[in-house]
Write a protein that binds this ligand. Structure first.
Ligand SMILES: Cc1ncc(COP(=O)(O)O)c(C=O)c1O
Length: 372
């Protein structure tokens, strides 16, 4: 007997998220003992010492379920970011909050979701999976946001508009006034989701983020993550700040205990460790300036970035394609990010590393380009 259980067409046709390659994969593939990963926008300084200490101490508690809703972490987040606790929705990474928003707000067959293209792929992947109509508006050639075209794509059936500031993969950060004007132009039936995964790396976070202004913007949701400046990518922790009614709905449909007991402890410690966070900011901002300068000196076109990564194109006349340069760097033990999955096959993205990692990357890229 052959089984004939149902699987939804959207699942059968699903293109999974393309993650960056792991260090172990590359070590094994090329027989390397040392590999530097500058591919997934993780924290160059690793995990905060305070987080490590607290998580080690709490290791014996993992046989317990976490207290439902992780209220201590909700309080800590609300206090740190000066937002009402009732408006905070924690998730297993901000990925989970994106997924919850797409499952909660648009009704398949009725509503649509508007994104830019290229954009962080989870907005489009989860919309497709949920069977929600997607409207993708091309970014401007300089990777700035096409506000008018985005507004034109929105109609009375648009439930969500997603933007990322600073944007991934370009690093472009629009002036906050432009984002606010766009939010104000939307119908009250449409939520603007501003994914601020990288906003703390901006030159001026307070003047760039929408978080301090949320109380007066009833149709704006802000997403933040603990994966980048807080150094907890592997722990999976993120959150959204949103109108209270929506927050209550998302908390109700979120799978119970999706934020785990160690993630709560890690998150609280990460918020406390201001020394680690300040060191992270310093490392990223100086490293970003260094890489911008060095890549430009090599003849690359580097896109101005306010994030912890830089997107660039190879020098004009370079005989190697981006994917070949990516592969040659892999052989030399450096993982960066090709951008085929963003439909930017001639662009590359590199995450800012430590000073040594940045220098090694520049040295190896120089070697690769010399042979091109
Ligand atoms: C724009 C953007 N949003 C969200 C995420 C996901 O973050 P998390 O690790 O919190 O799920 C990423 C991860 O790279 C990202 O680039």
């Amino acid at each position: 007997m052959t089984a004939s259980y149902p699987i939804r067409p959207a699942v059968l046709e699903f293109t999974p998220y393309t993650p960056g390659l792991s260090i172990d994969e590359i070590k094994e593939r090329y027989g390397l003992s040392q590999v530097v990963k500058m591919a997934s926008n993780e924290n160059p300084l690793g995990t905060s010492p305070l987080v490590q200490e607290r998580v080690c101490k709490a290791a014996g508690t993992m046989f317990r379920y976490i207290q439902s809703g992780a209220p201590r972490l909700v309080e800590a987040v609300a206090h740190f970011f000066q937002v009402p606790p009732a408006c905070v929705v924690l998730g297993n990474g901000s990925d989970e909050v994106i997924d919850l928003l797409i499952r909660a707000c648009p009704t398949p067959g009725i509503h649509n979701v508007v994104t830019c293209t290229p954009c962080f792929s989870l907005y489009t992947l989860q919309s497709k999976l949920c069977g929600v109509a997607l409207r993708e508006v091309p970014l401007n050639p300089d990777f700035s946001f096409p506000w008018q075209a985005m507004r034109a794509a929105v109609d009375e059936h648009t439930a969500l508009v997603f933007i990322t500031t600073p944007d991934n993969p370009s690093g472009f950060c629009p002036p906050r006034e432009e984002v606010l004007a766009f939010a104000a132009s939307l119908p009250p039936t449409c939520l603007l989701v501003v994914d601020e995964a990288y906003i703390d790396f901006c030159e001026n976070e307070q003047e760039s983020s929408l978080l301090p202004l949320l109380a007066t913007r009833p149709n704006v949701v802000v997403l933040r993550t603990f994966s980048k400046s807080f150094g907890l990518a592997g722990m999976r922790l993120g959150f959204g700040v949103m109108p209270q009614k929506l927050a209550t709905c998302l908390c109700a449909i979120r799978p119970p205990f999706s934020v785990n007991i160690l993630a709560e402890i890690a998150g609280i410690a990460a918020l406390e460790d201001t020394t680690f966070r300040a060191a992270t900011m310093h490392t990223v901002k100086t490293g970003r300036a260094y890489l911008q300068e060095q890549l430009t000196a090599l003849g690359c076109t580097v896109f101005p970035s306010q994030a912890n990564f830089l997107m660039f194109r190879l020098p004009q006349g370079c005989t190697k394609q981006a994917k070949e340069v990516f592969a040659s760097l892999l052989e030399r033990g450096i993982i960066i990010r090709p951008l085929n999955s963003y439909n930017l096959a001639d662009h590359l993205r590199v995450t800012v590393g430590t000073a040594q990692e940045n220098a090694l990357f520049v040295q190896e890229l120089t070697g690769v380009l010399r042979h091109a």
